[in-house]
Design a protein around this ligand. Sequence first.
Ligand SMILES: [Zn+2]
Length: 305
Amino acid sequence: MANRGDAFLARLRRGEVLVFDGAMGTMLFAAGLTDGACPELWNATHPDVVRGIHRGYFDAGSDFVETNTFGGTRLKLTAYGLQDRTRELNVLGARLAREVCPPSRFVAGSIGPTGHLPDWFAPLGDVSEQTLTENFREQAEALAEGGVDLFAVETMMYPEEAVLAIQAAKEATGFPVMCTMFFQFERDKGRDRTMWGTSPEEAAKILLEAGADVLGMNCGDGGPERAAAIVRAMRTVTDAPLIAYPNAGLPIVHKDGRTTYELSPEEMVKGYPAILQAGANIVGGCCGTSPAHLARISALVKAGR
Ligand SMILES: [Zn+2]
């Protein structure tokens, strides 16, 4: 039986532009998650909230959503003393999205950075490559057990960790893997680079060679305008499906401690025709976006179908 991940890739191959979802963290904070608490624990303690966020994005027109498991590697969960619940929190995260996923739409298992560097990154590195690989494999297997169709390896800061995550997820499951990196806009030089200095073109080549089925950018500090520039740059080196899900501009921290983002749904969507023009096959939103943002983005994409 062909798995649903194959159906996902087939739609991209037919030239369809797909709509991803928006922020999870921003929505959890709005629902009462406090700073310093573990977002993934809410898969166990607040399943209705997490399900409701997924449902909000499906209702807004998302063709697929990602699980609340961004920090779900054992290394990340160790910071909260939750390492023994690694499998459970990832399985639950996958199930919550699956439960509200309409037929013919999809669930991507979110896999974020571990926050650690391999030991050859002296003097900052403190884990072996094998440990990183084991972390990603464990998370991917649990997400697959919970019912995801593909993976979203995302917000990667340096290519080496992205490569290990792509390879581990592929080897563990055979499911399609999307991989997106975090780019900073270097304003003085007018260019986009990862935290470790990788250009969009170099990143695209590295991620493809590692086996990513879809590649691109997410988060970042440049908003939709830089997303378009990054997609354009990646498009010069590959015909593979590209994805962009930028932040709603920059965060604004208010006096009362609340954080909001610069771009309203109306303002944000104005940047998306350029992203599509640049050659993106999938668009969505990262930090600061909501179902209201995604409804606008979805309407734009669907008007072009
Ligand atoms: Zn983000």
